[in-house]
Structure formats: structure tokens, C-alpha cells
Design a protein. Structure first.
Length: 72
């Protein structure tokens, strides 16, 4: 029903959300939000483990039709 792909780019101080897809008929169940929250949890754990502090940068290049989703 959905997938997310995110990476920590070696040698860089940011994380990158490279793909987020939820099959259209499942979007009303907020699976995208669940996937992004799991992404945030992973970043939190990784940043704390690697002494990055409480704040890190996340890069996301969204399609313009998805801007409303990411703004939430």
C-alpha cells in the first residue's frame, strides 16, 4: 500500500527523503503520515546515536501536487 525511501548521505550533515508513495485508494487512511513519522523516528535515533544533537536538516524534493501533504 505504500513505501518510503530515505538516506543519510555519507559525508553530509543531512538526511534525504527520496521517495514516498501510497497507493491512491489507501491515502485516506493516513499511511503516508505513518511512514513519515517512522522516518522521523529513524532520524531521531540515528542523530542521537551519532551525536548530531536535537536538530538536523531533512531534504525533500516534492512534486508540486504533493506540496499540501508535506505542509501538514
Amino acid at each position: 500500500m505504500g513505501t518510503i525511501r530515505a538516506i543519510k548521505i555519507p559525508g553530509k550533515d543531512y538526511y534525504k527523503l527520496t521517495r514516498l508513495v501510497v497507493v491512491q485508494k489507501y491515502r485516506k487512511f493516513k499511511f503516508g503520515r505513518i511512514l513519515v513519522e517512522a522516518f522521523h523516528d529513524w532520524i531521531r535515533q540515528d542523530a542521537l546515536k551519532n551525536s548530531k544533537g536535537n536538530f538536523v536538516d531533512i531534504v525533500c524534493h516534492a512534486q508540486t501536487q504533493a506540496m499540501g501533504f508535506y505542509a501538514k
